[in-house]
Design a protein around this ligand. Structure first.
Ligand code: ATP
Length: 293
């Protein structure tokens, strides 16, 4: 990172009474990065983010956002868009009125219709908040977070409850923010979204970031996998295998290309079909599972 980081967290601790929810977390997010803070339930992600957002004071350590203390709201808040897990919008306001109101509160300028379009809510502009579906409310949360194209956007479980079209539309809008240079901090339990989108990932467990890096760095420590449904043959498979809980056959390998070739040659020679064959590097899911061991 050549420029000063947008977010810098050093030895952060946060306690609720005698319970330490965050136990010494350090990470930095550079300008234009998409950083995903992932982790097990109760790991301390929300607590960490609330502190970085300036909603909660640290018990110890230091948090800097744009080089400032995020609790100095006048410096940090106008440059920050936050999509919380649940926002409390007034039920009697329309979608358009809500976006306009939030826009005023952020002190940023934007065209309300542009924001509605970016969040795919144009057709619902005159609908009252109380009448929105769960997915539409989520899109309204997103609309208010991106109003005025803030430099830093926090997305807390942004796609929960969204159908596939709405997810794609949301990620398109995030891509556009990133093209404009925005920095994004994401939390999600949809690991494949983080795997596809994040520049770097911090994996939290029990109040600490246990692993951090790019997807390639995080998955490099684990072997690649070959999976298929057990074939209908008496021939012995040419490689060591394990049976997964699902009944699939699993081969773990550090030499994916070579071992896949061995398997395919064997299948060809014995005229064996390998149903549901899939091969590739380890997924983030597998890295995640190692946290709980
Ligand atoms: P999840 O993925 O389940 O949303 P998380 O990583 O966001 O979890 P946090 O919400 O930060 O986790 O919670 C961390 C720990 O702190 C949990 O054990 C939780 O029970 C506890 N905790 C959170 N908020 C409070 C609170 N207000 N008072 C006491 N304990 C709390």
């Amino acid at each position: 990172m050549t420029q000063a980081p947008i977010i810098e967290v050093t030895d952060l601790t946060v306690a609720y009474g005698s319970y330490s929810a965050v136990r010494g977390v350090s990470f930095a997010v550079g300008r234009g990065e998409l950083y995903a803070l992932l982790g097990t339930n109760g790991a301390g992600k929300t607590t960490t983010l609330e502190t970085v957002e300036g909603h909660r004071p640290p018990s110890g350590g230091q948090v800097r956002v744009f080089g400032k203390n995020p609790q100095d709201r006048k410096d940090v808040r106008p440059r920050t868009g936050i999509m919380l897990q649940e926002s409390g919008f007034a039920p009697d306001l329309t979608v358009r009125e809500t976006v306009g109101l939030i826009g005023k509160l952020t002190h940023r300028d934007d065209d309300i219709d542009r924001v509605l379009d970016a969040a795919d809510l144009t057709g619902k502009r005159d609908t009252k908040v109380a009448q929105l579906s769960g997915g539409e409310k989520r899109r309204l949360d997103f609309a208010t977070a991106i109003f005025g194209s803030p430099d830093l956007v926090f997305l807390d479980e942004p796609t929960t409850g969204l159908d596939i079209q709405a997810r794609d539309a949301l990620w398109d809008a995030v891509d556009r923010l990133r093209e404009d240079g925005a920095t994004i901090v994401l939390t999600t339990h949809y690991l494949e979204e983080a795997q596809r989108r994040a520049d770097r990932i911090g994996l939290m467990h029990e109040g600490l970031i246990q692993l951090e890096g790019t997807v390639a760095e995080l998955t490099a420590a684990l072997p690649s996998t070959i999976r298929f449904t057990r074939p209908d043959t008496a021939e012995t498979l040419p490689l060591d295998t394990r049976a997964e809980e699902t009944g699939a056959v699993l081969i773990e390998t550090r030499h994916l290309q070579r071992d896949l070739m061995v398997l395919l040659r064997w299948a060809e020679e014995h005229s064996v079909e390998l149903p549901d064959l899939a091969a590739g590097s380890t997924s983030l899911d597998d890295v995640f599972r190692t946290l709980n061991r």
